[in-house]
Design a protein around this ligand. Structure first.
Ligand SMILES: [Ca+2]
Length: 554
């Protein structure tokens, strides 16, 4: 009886206190805290007008950059989807999250880590997303990170085979899948990814019939619901799947480009004296139908692939324009911070390969743009050369929203750059990638059966180059499973250290050094001829991110 009375008393007390307290919290949160529109783009290198692309048609992102602050030198922590996103979203680096391939769920390894949206949710925000924010739905951290589902809309995307709108591409996809199943057996699911459909599609359809357009319609509907509900600020993620493969974009975006204007990089050679394991054999593209399984990818095919990438970028740009216009039409922009980023860059034939998944500038450098309602007029439209990292986004957005910074964060808030984009900033940005040449294209170690597939000759070819370069140091187990490339970008240089993770104190197995002052495309490794400079940079690298932070004057 006593217990029951006490329980009733406690419940009454809670009922009396909670609604009032919560309501007050929400009122002050709403009054003081901005919304966040968090725009993620998949596999977008800075191929945008505002980043100096001479061909990309991207008026909406360019407009955002003209109103906000563009980061010329922003770097991902690992140039592949899940590790990059796990790092950004948890605010911790791949060495800490231990997510270095696309198959491990960050929450399985980091059960108690507080993610960026979770932090906002814990501080009174409504948090939700549409499209790709974490690597995939199964890794999306429901319900910890998100407080609500998206709004319902009155149509669903078509369930096309392989996601292709055109009948002939659906048939090709089915044919390729059947061929793989016939060859490797119904249960060899790990091999189904080898039998993809075409790498690109040009269909005369509406924007919302492909996934990114559909997800944008959903995000807009969700934003409207959250704007109408005045009780909480929102954190809304909008994640574009393109320009990740496959490059399926409505015809009107292909029509923005004349193929005769499209050129491929003039740097089709691997870096002179570069690490033989530094580049892969374009695995991710080669699994697509119509792409040669060996040999160079060049000529008209290369032009069409570039065209497809550009069409995808313009399609994504148009969806982002719709999202921002809708935010403005709802009257919510004046209290919304907009941040736009991509998870990593992409080699479009650069260094002779196609894909992400390397430690070089082209794969690690990403577009990043921020717009806040209260930026100084002088800062709007500026571009900063400060070195920043995607892992910095968590502390930055938290600071801008007036939230505290969790202790586990391994980035640095770049809010001071929003006041003075030219100020002295970090001494270095850090990224890493395990052996690109001898991993599968999701960065997981090679399964032995991959050598039996059409990947066999590609793996053999790159492996023989590594053996030749490494000589006595060659050890298949080490190179396939324990080799990590650690890279550091300073104002002038890119250093890449190839190390055995089982012997972290041992000297690197190979070192690369590129001088961006004289060689911005990283065509020549000058490490061997630059001993004292290498020593100096290795010493700087060994201080890690903590030892290379910015020290802004208060
Ligand atoms: Ca990606």
């Amino acid at each position: 009886m006593i217990v029951r009375v006490n329980l009733v008393f406690i419940i009454l007390l809670l009922l009396a206190c909670t609604p009032k307290g919560t309501s007050l919290d929400h009122e002050s949160a709403k009054a003081n805290r901005p919304n966040i529109l968090f725009i993620a783009i998949d596999d977008l290198r800075p191929e945008l007008g505002c980043y100096g692309s001479e061909i990309a048609v991207t008026p909406n992102i360019d407009k955002l950059a003209s109103q906000g602050l563009l980061f010329n030198r922003a770097y991902c922590q690992q140039a592949i989807c899940s590790p990059s996103r796990a790092s950004l979203m948890t605010g911790a680096r791949p060495e800490t999250t231990q997510i270095i391939e696309n198959y491990t769920y960050f929450r399985d390894v980091n059960p108690n880590i507080v993610t960026l949206p979770q932090h906002f949710k814990n501080n009174g925000y409504e948090t939700t997303y549409s499209g790709k924010i974490f690597h995939k739905r199964a890794f999306a951290d429901h319900p910890l990170s998100w407080s609500r589902e998206q709004a319902e809309i009155d149509f669903v995307p078509a369930n096309w085979p392989g996601g292709y709108a055109l009948k002939e591409n659906q048939e090709l996809f089915k044919k390729n899948q059947a061929a793989i199943k016939k060859k490797y057996g119904e249960n060899a699911t790990s091999h189904y990814a080898l039998g993809r459909g075409p790498a690109f599609e040009k269909a005369d359809i509406e924007d919302h019939e492909y996934l990114d357009g559909y997800n944008t319609v959903k995000a807009i509907a969700t934003m409207k619901e959250m704007t109408a509900d005045q009780s909480k600020p929102f954190f809304l993620g909008l994640g574009m799947k393109l320009p990740h493969l496959d490059w399926k974009a409505p015809k009107k975006y292909w029509d923005l480009y004349d193929p005769s204007d499209i050129s491929i990089t003039d740097q089709s050679d691997s870096p002179t004296d570069g690490a033989a394991m530094g580049l892969h054999a374009s695995f991710e593209l080669r699994v697509r139908g119509g792409i040669p399984k060996t040999g160079p990818i060049e000529g008209d095919l290369a032009t069409t692939l570039m065209h497809a990438y550009l069409a995808s970028v313009s399609y994504v740009d148009a969806q982002i324009g719709k999202m921002i216009d809708a935010l403005e039409a709802e009257g919510a922009r004046d209290n919304t911070i907009i941040i736009l980023w991509s998870d990593h860059g992409w080699h479009l034939g650069d260094m002779g390969i196609w894909g992400k998944a390397t430690n070089y500038e082209i794969a690690t450098r990403v577009p990043m743009i921020i717009w806040t309602p209260d930026m100084d007029t002088q800062v709007r439209g500026q571009k900063t050369d400060a070195l920043v990292e995607l892992v910095d986004m968590y502390p930055t957005l938290s600071e801008l929203a007036g939230l505290d910074l969790p202790d586990h964060l391994e980035g640095q808030s770049f809010v001071p750059l929003l006041r003075d984009p030219a100020m002295d900033w970090k001494a270095a940005a850090f990224s890493q990638y395990p052996n690109p040449a001898l991993r599968e294209w999701a960065a997981n170690p090679l399964t032995s059966s991959m050598r039996e597939t059409y990947f066999g000759p590609l793996i053999e070819d790159v492996e023989s180059k590594i053996k030749k370069q490494q000589g006595q140091k060659w050890d298949r187990d080490l190179f396939e499973n324990d080799l990590m490339g650690y890279t550091m970008r300073t104002d002038r240089y890119r250093l890449v250290l190839w190390k055995n993770t089982k012997e972290p104190e041992a000297a690197p197995l190979y070192i690369e050094l590129y001088d961006h002052k004289t060689d911005p495309k990283e065509t020549k490794n000058i490490a061997q001829a630059s001993t004292s400079l290498v020593n100096q940079l290795v010493s700087q690298w060994s201080k890690g991110w903590q030892g290379n932070q910015a020290h802004p004057k208060q």
